[in-house]
Structures are given as structure tokens and as C-alpha cells.
Design a protein around this ligand. Structure first.
Ligand code: TYM
Length: 352
């Protein structure tokens, strides 16, 4: 009898080139899971349209994200790589889950509040109303942004994933997903596996190079704050050398030294050298030395990724073959769950 491997599901949004945060907090670790798990890696294009976007860019970024996944080590022979909109079931399940999701839970989500704030909206402390300052500025808060975590829960539960490897910023969304799975199981009998978040020990929260209190993000207005995995070596070095540290000169990881701590974290996540060993090796050296070494380590780590990406992105037919195979496997599993969910919720089966 064959032993079933645990199922892993995780995704990234194709909103631009992956950042070093995406790489160290997520994709690099996903690549270590291929042999011992059945892996589903999604490119969530439907999540990407919850913010302002250009259709042509979305199309380009989605295919580019697939190539970046593979270049980062997600071997399509040992995993299923798919685009969310190719699979029937994500939005269907999201609708069913939305009917058991309290609106207040969605309004409490940190990421929703941050994105709403960017558009000029403030979710009140009591979480009961959304002040509408944004409309005055000509922007609007779409329902998709609020529903975002429900669609994410559907992504995970549709595959009955045992484990979801993510960076620290997705923890709250994962908790909501687990709540929804439990609520559904309680109302309709056991259906969904309750997924476990899998957050790496180092690299789970790579911070902005310009404001190390905030996480490194694809959409940062200050592009010096973010390292993209496809940035040319010179640009990577320039951004790292101009990163914000502090007025002291001690190279130690400490709460009051967010910039230095972040650089040390980046080093450790790539080189595997412990923080203590790094601190010891930098005694008597300055911030310039630390930055130079971090730049060397980052550039060397990304060089093979960039070389592989440049080959892959030229080969559209290969990328399409990967997506076809990935979608076939993903859809099989998705249909199985969706059928079960439809039966349990009382929907009449379609006559064959
Ligand atoms: P996204 O596209 O923002 O990020 C993809 C992955 O990268 C991690 N990450 C980081 N890790 C460390 N430091 C950072 N600065 C950093 N920034 C991002 C994220 O935690 C994530 O693991 N909502 C998700 C996409 C999603 C998803 C899902 C994830 C949709 N459906 C189902 C898992 C399962 C997101 O926006 O990821």
C-alpha cells in the first residue's frame, strides 16, 4: 500500500517581480519540500486584481511569476504549478465560505486595514464601520479587498492542504482559514483538513531597506526599499549599500537596531551562518563592511536564479506545458473537494 504524502499548498500574487522577502520567507523554502510532500504552488492572479492594475501587466507578470518559481527551484517534475484562474473551484468555494464568514472578522484583518488606509479609508476601532474618506479622493474600497482572505482560505481548503508554508505576514489569514474550516466541519460534518501554517525560523519577515520597521514589499513607493530577485547585481549592491542602519557602530541583532538586524537576518537566511557567528565575525568592523558582505551574499545567491529565469522566460511553450500539467492535477483534486462540499451543503447534483 502506498503511503500518502502530506499535501502542501501555497501561493504568491503576480503583482510584480518577487522580492527578496518573497524569496527568503517563502519560495526558497518551498523548494525544500518537494520530495517529502505533494506540492501545489499557485500563482494567484485573482487576488492580484483586488488592487488597481493593468491587464497587460497582469498577463505578463503571471507568466513571469511562473518562470520565477521554477528559477527559484520549484521543480515542475516534482510539484504542481498552476494559475488560480485556470482552476474551477477557487471562487466557487470562496462564495460558500463567505456565507459562513462574519464581516467583522474580515474588517479586523491587518492587511485589509493597511490596504484600506493606503486608499484613504479608515476602519474604525470598533471594527463596525469604514469611514469613507477615500471616496472624496476619487478612490473606492472594493468588496474584493475585504473578501481577499476568504478567497485565500478557499485556495487552501480546495486542496485539503495539510500545511501552508508562508511568511509571517500571512499568519492572520491562515488563522481565519483554520476558523472557517472548523466552522464548516462543525456545521456540515468533517470535510476539510485543518491546515497548519509553516513559517520559517529565519527570513519569515524581511524588512524594508529604507524603513526597517515595515516589511519589504513589492508595492513600496520607494523602490530603494525593496530588493527584487531579478534586479541586476549593480542595483542590488546600490540598494543594500544605501540601506538605513542607525547612528551607532555595533553590528548586533537587537530590537533597537532594526536595520542592522535586518541585514544580519538576510545574511543568515542565505548563508545559514547563525546570528551569533555573524556578530562575532563583524567585531571591530563597520556598517560598510556588513553591507558589502550582505550584497556579495545576495548577489551570489540570485545569480543562478537570474540566469535560469532568463532562459525560461524565452521558452513560452515550456512554461505553458508546465501550466497544463499543473492545472490538470490541481483541477482533479479541486473537483474532488468541490463535489464533496456541494453535496454536504445541500446542492442538487447536476444530471449527467
Ligand atoms: P504575497 O504574494 O504577498 O507573498 C508571497 C509569499 O511571500 C511571503 N512574503 C514575505 N516573507 C518574508 N518577508 C517579507 N517581507 C515577505 N513578503 C512576502 C508571504 O508571506 C507569502 O508566503 N495572500 C498571499 C497569497 C496567497 C496565498 C494563498 C498564500 C493567496 N492564496 C494561499 C498561501 C496560501 C500573498 O499576498 O502573498
Amino acid at each position: 500500500m502506498s503511503v500518502q504524502k502530506p499535501v502542501i499548498l501555497t501561493c504568491a500574487q503576480p503583482t510584480g517581480v518577487l522580492t527578496l522577502g518573497n524569496y527568503l520567507g517563502a519560495v526558497k523554502n518551498w523548494a525544500t519540500l518537494l520530495d517529502d510532500n505533494t506540492c501545489y504552488f499557485g500563482v494567484v492572479d485573482m487576488h492580484a486584481i483586488t488592487v488597481k492594475y493593468t491587464p497587460a501587466d497582469l498577463r505578463k507578470n503571471t507568466l513571469s511569476c511562473v518562470a520565477q518559481y521554477i528559477a527559484c527551484g520549484l521543480d515542475p517534475e516534482r510539484s504542481n504549478i498552476f494559475i488560480q484562474s485556470h482552476i474551477i473551484g477557487h471562487t466557487e468555494l470562496a462564495w460558500l465560505l463567505s456565507c459562513i464568514t462574519p464581516i467583522g472578522d474580515l474588517q479586523r484583518m491587518t492587511q485589509f486595514k493597511e490596504k484600506a488606509a493606503k486608499l484613504g479609508f479608515k476602519v474604525s476601532e470598533e471594527q463596525t464601520s469604514i469611514a469613507n474618506q477615500g471616496a472624496r479622493q476619487g478612490s473606492s474600497l472594493n468588496a474584493g479587498l475585504l473578501m481577499y482572505p476568504v478567497l485565500m482560505a478557499a485556495d487552501i481548503l480546495l486542496y485539503n492542504a495539510d500545511s501552508v508554508p508562508v511568511g509571517n505576514d500571512q499568519k492572520q489569514h491562515l488563522e481565519l482559514c483554520r476558523d472557517l474550516a472548523q466552522r464548516f466541519n462543525h456545521s456540515y460534518s468533517d470535510t476539510f483538513t485543518i491546515p497548519e501554517p509553516f513559517i520559517p525560523k529565519t527570513g519569515a519577515r524581511i524588512m524594508s531597506l529604507q524603513d526597517p520597521q515595515r516589511k519589504m514589499s513589492k508595492s513600496d513607493a520607494n523602490q530603494n526599499a525593496t530588493l527584487h530577485i531579478l534586479d541586476k547585481p549593480d542595483l542590488l549592491r546600490k540598494k543594500i549599500m544605501s540601506s538605513v542602519t542607525d547612528s551607532g557602530n555595533e553590528i548586533v541583532a537587537r530590537e533597537d537596531k532594526a536595520g542592522v538586524s535586518n541585514l544580519l537576518q538576510i545574511h543568515t537566511a542565505i548563508s545559514g551562518t547563525s546570528t551569533a557567528d555573524l556578530e562575532a565575525s563583524f567585531i571591530g568592523k563597520g556598517y560598510g563592511d556588513l553591507k558589502k558582505e550582505v550584497a556579495d551574499v545576495v548577489i551570489a545567491a540570485l545569480e543562478p536564479v537570474q540566469a535560469r529565469y532568463n532562459e525560461l522566460i524565452q521558452d513560452k511553450s515550456y512554461l505553458e506545458s508546465v501550466l497544463k500539467a499543473g492545472a490538470t492535477e490541481a483541477q482533479k483534486r479541486a473537483y474532488k473537494t468541490l463535489g464533496k462540499v456541494y453535496r454536504k451543503t445541500g446542492f442538487v447534483e447536476r444530471p449527467r
